[in-house]
Design a protein around this ligand. Structure first.
Ligand code: SF4
Length: 174
């Protein structure tokens, strides 16, 4: 069966990061997996910050005093290094990413680590000092709230296990 997986565009070599670069996927088994999924037609590339209308390059931003779930509830804010509140663009990007996930019936997402949008296993703590706090970025939080499981590139083994269970279920239902 064909399954659809959202993938952070910056992990696919697209230069969409805040600094105008892509994320190097240095781990060879991750690049191999990505290539297999691309060949199989499973990949749906997304960049939530671009989808939210932010330009590239753009100022670095971090979530202050909370995580992505708190931003979605308007209890925390995404702030740039110069102090601009960009929460609305991050929330819009998360909602557009969820809409794309639903359109493709995506079951999972492989998203760049630590990003205030895409991070799903810890994010920067809002002080622009390279320190992490627990929690997810805005998009990862929204996707998880809607049953789309999010994984970081160092957890592709868990993602593969999850995909196996999804495929077993699809085969059982058909
Ligand atoms: Fe990559 Fe996500 Fe940042 Fe876009 S928003 S550049 S996909 S980490």
């Amino acid at each position: 069966p064909v399954v659809k997986i959202l993938i952070s565009a910056c992990l696919l070599g697209q230069p969409v990061r805040y600094d105008g670069k892509a994320n190097d996927v240095k781990v060879s088994h991750v690049s191999t997996l990505l290539q297999q999924w691309l060949d199989a037609g499973w990949v749906v590339p997304v960049c939530p910050e671009g989808l939210g209308g932010l330009p590239t390059p753009r100022p670095a931003a971090e979530i202050q005093q909370g995580d992505g779930a708190a931003v979605l509830q308007h209890q925390a804010e995404v702030i740039t290094r110069s102090g601009e509140d960009v929460s609305a663009a991050f929330i819009a990007g998360a909602q557009r990413t969820l809409a794309i996930a639903r359109q493709h019936n995506a079951c999972a997402a492989l998203l760049a680590a630590r990003s205030p949008s895409c991070g799903s296993d810890g994010i920067y703590d809002g002080q622009f000092a390279g320190r992490l706090r627990n929690g997810m970025g805005v998009t990862a939080a929204l996707l998880e709230q809607h049953g789309i499981r999010c994984f970081t590139p160092d957890k592709t083994d868990k993602l593969q296990q999850y995909l196996k269970s999804v495929i077993t279920q699809i085969n059982a239902d058909s």
